[in-house]
Design a protein around this ligand. Structure first.
Ligand code: FES
Length: 96
C-alpha cells in the first residue's frame, strides 16, 4: 500500500546543486530497503525555495527538506520513509 509521496525538485538551481545525485541516491536506498511499493517518487519543476536546494518534499507528512545531498537523502530514507521520523536538521518548512 502506498504510504508516502516524495517530490524531488529538478528546477535549475536544485539541479546545479546536485539534485540528480540526491534523487539517484534516495531511489537506490528506497529500492534497497524494499520501500518501492510504499513510496512514490516524482520529479518536479522549481518549488520556489531555490536558495534552500536541493529540495525534497515528503507527503502526506508535509515535510520540506533543504540542502539534501546524497548522504542526507539516504538518512531521510532510513529515518523518515522507513521509520516515520523526519530528519529535523534539514527541515525547512512543515505544512500543517
Ligand atoms: S530550483 Fe528547486 S526550489 Fe527552485
Amino acid at each position: 500500500m502506498l504510504e508516502r509521496h516524495v517530490l524531488f525538485c529538478h528546477g535549475s538551481d536544485c539541479k546545479d546543486r546536485g539534485a540528480e545525485k540526491t534523487m539517484d541516491a534516495m531511489c537506490e536506498a528506497i529500492d534497497a530497503k524494499r520501500l518501492d511499493h510504499r513510496v512514490l517518487t516524482t520529479r518536479t519543476r522549481c518549488l520556489g525555495v531555490c536558495a534552500e536546494g536541493p529540495v525534497v518534499v515528503v507527503y502526506p507528512d508535509g515535510v520540506w527538506y533543504g540542502d539534501v545531498r546524497a548522504k542526507t537523502g539516504r538518512k531521510i530514507v532510513e529515518q523518515h520513509l522507513q521509520h516515520g521520523t523526519p530528519l529535523d536538521d534539514h527541515v525547512i518548512h512543515r505544512v500543517e
